[in-house]
Design a protein around this ligand. Structure first.
Ligand code: ADP
Ligand code: MG
Length: 388
């Protein structure tokens, strides 16, 4: 494929914040972007050159995208793989429908890991009650996760026993699930990388992720683990990207348990834990997505600064986190006054509990100072750990 140069139009399926940062990166480099997302106020749609407000399986809209766009990508793993497959008949689609299909279904994802000898935790596929009866005793205590459409800890239940697993499976309406052994976590890491159509890979430094209520709260980059573990995580993520013949930006989440790495899940798109690459790296994960999509050489992923990213969730928009109170804007001066702090808001009108509304990244030369400043700003803006 010839390199796609500006001012070409690129297509983006999905209009969330990940798409918004892609649109910003594309505009910066002279491209135009059409976004398809059913939400008229979608964060990326509001920046896009054109926003098609419709369903992902609206084939007339897909035809318009195929006619106008030089290439198409996605920022949302639940875009129907069929829509990507359809578009691929007319324009380059990166990542491919096949790679997205593996990442959007936990059964396909875990089966892929097993087939490619990617280290992962013990699990069983659950399609019926009998699969729970037949599950290995060693899996408990476990986490039952629906195979499709789960995110931010949704569609998951921690289960201590077979009985609890059965109960949770029925509460999920018997949807296909994976039952995973609950691992004792030393920490969680993620690797974001980009792979181009010729198979060249550039990985960012792994980040260390802390969650709160099942949602990413803080990313510390680089992760504070042995360099050897960071290298291993990158090597595993690279093997995943190769095995999927992946083209674009890929996020891979890892558990560290007993000092060893276990791949948790893959995201066929930029990753929340890679937001800091905007402010702390020579090339951001969004620009890498753009470069891989258009056939430009991948950029330098090197971190020029240490970084800590803090997610800003909807509850911050309500006094005391009480969503019965009127929505109001948090006082951002407490972030802006901190050295090295960069605030990003996604332009979402309605705050909801757990909704990702924005984030800030603190950058600097000294890891301890950066973390201290980020945690101070996090507390000052009103994120409190009391309810955890
Ligand atoms: P998602 O991010 O799509 O909601 P994950 O599978 O990444 O789903 O789970 C969310 C978080 O729940 C993980 O980052 C981790 O903190 C915790 N978790 C999930 N599965 C396990 C497991 N098998 N053992 C221990 N902790 C887990
Ligand atoms: Mg996850």
């Amino acid at each position: 494929m010839a390199t796609i140069l500006p001012p070409a139009v690129l297509g983006m399926l999905g209009g969330g914040q990940l798409g918004r940062f892609f649109v910003a990166a594309a505009h910066e480099m002279g491209y135009r972007v059409w976004v398809l997302d059913p939400d008229p106020n979608s964060p990326a749609g509001r920046l896009a050159d054109r926003h098609l407000v419709t369903a992902y399986d609206d084939y007339a809209a897909l035809d318009q995208i195929a006619a106008a766009c030089a290439a198409v990508t996605t920022e949302f793993e639940n875009v129907p793989a069929e829509a990507l497959e359809y578009l691929a008949k007319f324009v380059p689609v990166r990542p491919s429908a096949k790679a997205v299909a593996v990442c959007q279904n936990r059964i396909a994802e875990k089966t892929f890991m097993r087939a490619h000898a990617i280290p992962h935790g013990p699990f069983a596929v659950i399609r019926a009650d009998q699969d729970i009866s037949a599950a290995d005793d060693g899996l408990f205590p476990a986490v039952l996760k629906v195979a499709r459409f789960g995110y931010d800890g949704k569609g998951q239940a921690r289960v201590a026993s077979r009985e609890e697993a059965l109960h949770a499976f029925h509460a999920f309406d018997g949807e296909p699930c994976v039952l995973e052994k609950l691992l004792a976590l030393d920490s969680e890491l993620s690797v974001v990388l980009a792979r181009d159509a010729d198979g060249r890979i550039r990985a960012f430094e792994p980040g260390e992720n802390r969650h709160r209520g099942g949602i990413l709260d803080v990313t510390i980059a680089p992760a504070r683990v042995e360099p050897q573990l960071r290298e291993q995580a990158c090597a595993i993520a690279e093997r995943i990207a190769q095995s999927l013949d992946y083209v674009g930006t890929l996020g891979v989440e890892f558990f560290v348990s007993g000092g060893a790495l276990f791949a948790n899940e893959m995201a066929p798109r930029p990753h929340n834990s890679g937001h800091h690459t905007i402010d702390a790296c020579v090339t951001s994960q969004y620009e890498q997505q753009l470069r891989a999509l258009t056939g430009l050489p991948l950029g330098e992923p090197r971190m020029h600064s240490r970084a800590v990213m803090v997610n800003l969730l909807g509850e911050l928009w309500f006094d005391g986190g009480d969503h019965h109170r009127p929505q109001r804007e948090p006082d951002w001066t407490v972030v802006h006054r901190e050295p090295g702090a960069r605030l990003h808001l996604y332009g979402k009108h309605h705050a909801r509990q757990g909704r990702k509304m924005g984030h800030f990244t603190v950058i600097g030369d000294d890891a301890d100072t950066v973390l201290e400043v980020a945690l101070r700003a996090r507390a000052a803006v009103g994120i409190d750990d009391g309810d955890q």
